[in-house]
Structures are given as structure tokens and as C-alpha cells.
Design a protein around this ligand. Structure first.
Ligand SMILES: [Zn+2]
Length: 468
């Protein structure tokens, strides 16, 4: 007699990697199950891959029932307006802070797209060609927000269809960021989104990995360690005191989301400890950064313990005496003529647009000034060229010599480093792991390390399909 348990038949869960495959931007993975068709993120390509944003979606937007958005960074949410324009009728699932912040990010991106389209249209008219349409406009971004109708907290289970369930866990990457645990057809898929680094301010540490049959993990810093956050604060202090001490001004190109709030938080602590030279002015010159900072202040319950304690007290790390916020373009321009003693925080973080460009044009050639990079600089961006040691760069159409001091502080990273990734992924015990969201060398280094630990690891190509 055969006593073996009867074989249960499960429909396969099919995953196709459409973005952030062997690259860091454009996160987008399609998941097909018998009960629902889902997307994990729908992000924009940035840097040298920007052109891919105009390619048609490799799937039908109309057939997507749910989009699970891990967090509000543009490379994870930036194509949602286009998805809606192309027929997406489903619902977006995210945490409440992610929905709130994504609104600001998408509206800002829509404005930038409209401005760029206007510039391109002028050029096209001169060439006698038809003007190009923006990738999406403000109307598309507002329409996209109507789909953000499923806001869930960490640990809450939501049923999406017959046998399809999702739960979000804290990814510790930026405020509201989530790890996805998606179950369907008897299988469980775990997707990190972007995984945070341990011991950073404001956000909690990443949650322990949920159990799954298949893990999709990011690997941005899969090939290197970070300095600890405290070491980075020390380095940051040194950069500031060196430049400010000799009468210079410090520029900080900063991502409007999370990094700006972290930098403000650290500047607040330095100011409190009397570590900044007397008379230092700190200026947040980023309309988007200011709006997101106000959004953060609406979610103090989502901060880590230290953040909750600080924000519940009399003082506010986002509002302290040497800090001012520019209200207009004129105020921003006046900073070009200010002398030394300023710390100017402006976007964009990789110097691909925004007010930082005006500041760089006015200060990059001044050897008493300094530029402190506190975030990842993707290939093909102006920020990467400066960090890589270019002696001359083009800024707003003008050639500028790089004479200012350049500092790169990588421990402010919102991403786990190699050690943290390897440890977290090993704890997941997933039978199969797929590495995405990293340049090839970073993913290969991480894959080698994980393989030595006995894990089965793959690095999928764009369009690669797997079934579980
Ligand atoms: Zn991110």
C-alpha cells in the first residue's frame, strides 16, 4: 500500500523581472497568479537609462489588478502616472506615509516632465519637427493618486483575491518603506523593495525576513561595506568644519526624500552639540524637500524610538534656529551672492536638475567652498562625474572647473551594505533568491558570497521569467 501523502496541485506563481534587472533604477516586477495579476513597484529609469521610460510597457496595464508599492522613491513609483494613462484600473497598495509622500514625488516629477517637454518642443519647432509630449503631466499624476486606495500598516494582512494575500513589513529604508510578503496559489514570495541599513536615525531597523519560497532582494551595495552611521557623522562634521572654518560655503546635493530629513536631523544634533562654527546659516533650498519634511512631521508614530522622543519634545530637528527655508526662486538666487558660512541643502541628489545646478555653477570653481555628497550617484549623472574626479564639468550648458573640495560620505546610505544584506538574506532561508536593483559587479559579488553560504542565487536579466 502506498502511504505517501497525496500530491497537492498548485497553480504556478509566475514572476517576470521588467525593471531594476542588473541595474539600480526602474524597479518593476510582474507577478501572475490564478487569483490576481500584480505589479511590485512601477519605477522610473534614471541616469543613462532614462530613454527606457518611453518604451511601451511589456505587459498590458489594463490587466494589472493591484500594484504593490514598496516606497515612494521615484525609481519605484515614478511610472505609475503613465501606467494609469495606459489603462491601469486597479488599486495601489502602500503604507499611509508612502501614499502621502508619493503624491508629492509624482506631482514634482510631472512638473519636471512638463518643463522638459516644453524645452524639447522649442527645439523641435526650430527643427521643423512635431513637439514631443511629456512622459506624463500633472493631470496624470493626480489621476494616479485616485488609485492609492489601499493603505495598510505593517503586519496587517489584506486579502486581494481568491487565495491571494499580502502583508507589508518595515524595510527600514525610508519612512513608510515596506518589504512585501505575497501569498498565492500555495506559494509565498518575499520582495525587499529597498532594504535599509541598521542603526540609522528616524526610521526603524529593517524587520526580520518573513518566510517564503522565493526571495527577491535588492543588492545596491552588494559588493561593499558602508562606514557606520556614527563614523559618517564624524566625517560629515569634519567636512563642514573644514570648509566653514576657512570661510567657505558647503553645498549638499540631497535627495528630497529621507536624505534631506536625515541631513537636517544630523545638522540639528551637531548644532545642539555646538559642533558647527558660530554664525553658520543652514538653508534648505528645496521646495520638494520642504514639502516632504512637513509630510514626515505628520507621521511621528512611524519614527524610531529616538525620533519619537525628539519630536515629542519642545524642540524639533526640522525647525531649529540656524535653519531657514527658501520660499521663492529669488531667495534661492540671492544665495549665489552670499559669501561663506552657509550650508545649502538643495536637490536633486545626483545633480541631474533642480536648484543645486545653480549653486554648483556659482561655487564649484571656488576652492574655498565644498560639495558634500551624501547619497548614491548613478552612472551618467553629473554627481557621479564630480565624485569620480572630473576636473571640468558642464553645468547648465556652461563648462565649470571643479576646484571646490569634494567629499563623499557613503555611510548615510539608506541601503543595507554587503554584510547586512548577506546576513538578512541568510536569515530568510528562502529556497531560491533573485538579486535585483544593483549594478552587475555589486550583484555578482553578493551572489558569490551567498552561494558560498550555500544559497541558491540567480541574477535575472530583463524580461526573465520564473515560476514557483
Ligand atoms: Zn529607495
Amino acid at each position: 500500500m502506498d502511504l505517501a501523502a497525496p500530491q497537492l496541485y498548485h497553480n504556478p506563481m509566475r514572476i517576470t523581472f521588467w525593471g531594476a534587472a542588473r541595474t539600480v533604477t526602474g524597479s518593476c516586477h510582474l507577478v501572475e497568479t490564478s487569483g490576481a495579476t500584480l505589479l511590485l513597484d512601477c519605477g522610473m529609469f534614471q541616469g543613462h537609462e532614462e530613454g527606457r521610460n518611453r518604451e511601451p510597457f511589456p505587459f498590458s496595464a489594463e490587466e494589472i489588478d493591484y500594484l504593490i508599492l514598496t516606497h515612494a522613491h521615484l525609481d519605484h513609483c515614478g511610472m505609475i502616472p503613465r501606467l494609469v494613462r495606459e489603462g491601469f484600473k486597479g488599486r495601489v497598495i502602500s503604507t499611509p506615509p508612502t501614499a502621502d509622500i508619493a503624491r508629492l514625488i509624482l506631482l514634482d516629477a510631472a512638473h519636471l516632465q512638463e518643463e522638459e517637454a516644453e524645452r524639447e518642443a522649442r527645439k523641435a519647432v526650430r527643427r521643423g519637427e512635431p513637439p514631443p509630449a511629456p512622459l506624463f503631466d500633472v493631470g496624470d499624476a493626480l489621476a494616479a493618486m485616485d488609485h492609492f486606495s489601499l493603505r495598510v500598516g505593517y503586519g496587517e494582512e489584506v486579502e486581494l483575491g481568491p487565495g491571494v494575500k499580502v502583508k507589508l513589513h518595515d524595510a527600514g529604508h525610508i519612512l513608510g518603506s515596506a518589504i512585501v510578503e505575497l501569498s498565492a496559489d500555495g506559494h509565498t514570495l518575499v520582495y525587499t523593495g529597498d532594504l535599509g541599513s541598521w542603526g540609522r536615525p528616524i526610521v526603524q531597523d529593517p524587520s526580520l525576513p518573513p518566510k517564503g519560497d522565493l526571495l527577491i532582494s535588492e543588492g545596491t551595495y552588494g559588493d561593499r561595506p558602508h562606514r557606520s552611521f556614527q563614523e559618517s557623522v564624524d566625517e560629515f562634521r569634519e567636512a563642514l568644519t573644514t570648509v566653514l572654518g576657512r570661510g567657505g560655503t558647503v553645498l549638499i546635493p540631497s535627495f528630497a526624500l529621507e536624505r534631506t530629513q536625515e541631513v537636517l536631523y544630523v545638522l540639528y544634533l551637531l548644532w545642539k552639540e555646538h559642533d558647527l562654527p558660530c554664525g553658520t546659516h543652514i538653508v534648505l533650498d528645496s521646495p520638494l524637500g520642504s514639502a516632504i519634511t512637513r509630510a514626515f512631521a505628520r507621521y511621528p508614530d512611524w519614527f524610531d524610538e529616538e525620533g519619537q522622543r525628539l519630536f515629542s519634545g519642545e524642540e524639533n530637528p526640522f525647525r531649529f534656529p540656524p535653519l531657514s527655508v527658501t520660499r521663492s526662486v529669488e531667495e534661492s538666487k540671492r544665495l549665489n551672492h552670499a559669501g561663506g558660512g552657509y550650508v545649502i541643502i538643495a536637490g536633486s541628489g545626483m545633480c541631474t536638475g533642480g536648484r543645486i545646478l545653480h549653486h554648483l555653477r556659482h561655487r564649484l570653481w571656488r576652492k574655498e567652498d565644498g560639495v558634500v555628497f551624501v547619497g548614491y550617484q548613478a552612472r551618467g549623472t553629473l554627481g557621479r562625474a564630480i565624485v569620480d574626479g572630473a576636473k571640468r564639468v558642464r553645468v547648465l550648458g556652461e563648462e565649470v572647473a571643479v576646484k571646490a573640495d569634494i567629499w563623499t560620505i557613503n555611510g548615510f546610505s539608506a541601503h543595507a551594505d554587503q554584510e547586512e544584506l548577506a546576513h538578512w538574506i541568510a536569515q530568510a532561508h528562502a529556497p531560491r533568491t533573485f538579486l535585483v536593483h544593483g549594478e552587475d559587479h555589486a550583484l555578482s559579488a553578493l551572489a558569490q558570497r551567498l552561494t558560498r553560504q550555500g544559497l541558491r542565487v540567480d541574477i535575472p536579466d530583463v524580461g526573465e521569467k520564473v515560476e514557483i
